[in-house]
Design a protein around this ligand. Structure first.
Ligand SMILES: CC(C)(COP(=O)(O)OP(=O)(O)OC[C@H]1O[C@@H](n2cnc3c(N)ncnc32)[C@H](O)[C@@H]1OP(=O)(O)O)[C@@H](O)C(=O)NCCC(=O)NCCS
Length: 172
């Protein structure tokens, strides 16, 4: 089924979406921490135009959101996908997948090399993510090996390897 047939479409976030995005992120996670993180990232140099995507119903309600921001890997530019949020009543209907694919495609079109994600190891491989450890990418804290994943967008150059440094608002 196409997105439109399902009653929603995806598009980049606009300024008018800020409050709605905050609501969606806060509803998807147990605490407001991730919603506050999105707001903090918006004013951080790690924020890149065109890499915050929303899913919106035909009635104009924002129901999903995916954010990609700048990180570095041993000083080389890379991207971090986080957070991804879908309103609980719309989860498992394809919204998360669509909004992630759209954000990844926008990153690819910017000529970015690699996206990292820390999350459900059962979910992200469907987008092409593989274990980060296979490419020598790690984080400066303890995580289960399978939870840290990377997607190479541009394989014309060797992908960066080393330790991920996240934007300051992540606080890690
Ligand atoms: C994770 C999330 C973004 C996925 O979005 P979604 O729209 O529900 O997912 P899609 O409909 O595109 O894909 C559905 C598939 O995702 C996987 N999936 C969804 N939620 C999952 C979870 N919590 N753990 C593992 N896999 C999950 C399942 O394989 C599911 O398939 P199934 O319904 O056949 O079991 C969404 O469920 C969400 O907002 N969860 C709460 C916040 C969160 O955990 N964010 C991600 C942090 S890594």
């Amino acid at each position: 089924m196409t997105e439109q047939a399902r009653g929603w479409t995806v598009r980049p976030e606009t300024e008018a979406d800020r409050a709605a995005v905050h609501r969606v992120v806060a509803a998807a996670f147990p605490t407001p921490a991730e919603a506050d993180l999105v707001d903090a990232l918006r004013t951080d140099p790690a924020w890149l135009p065109g890499l915050s995507w929303v899913a919106e119903t035909s009635g104009g309600e924002v129901i999903g959101h995916a954010l990609i921001t700048r990180c570095t890997i041993d000083g080389a530019d890379a991207l971090a996908l986080a957070p991804v949020s879908v309103l609980p009543e719309h989860q498992r209907t394809g919204v998360g997948g669509a909004v992630i694919e759209a954000a990844l495609q926008a990153a690819r079109e910017r000529g970015e090399a690699l996206v990292t994600v820390l999350g459900h190891p059962e979910y992200y491989p469907r987008f092409g993510f593989v274990r980060a450890s296979t490419l020598g990418v790690k984080v400066p804290f303890e995580v289960p090996d399978e939870a840290l994943m990377v997607l190479v967008l541009d394989d014309s150059e060797p992908p960066p390897s080393g330790t991920i440094r996240y934007a300051a608002p992540f606080g890690v």
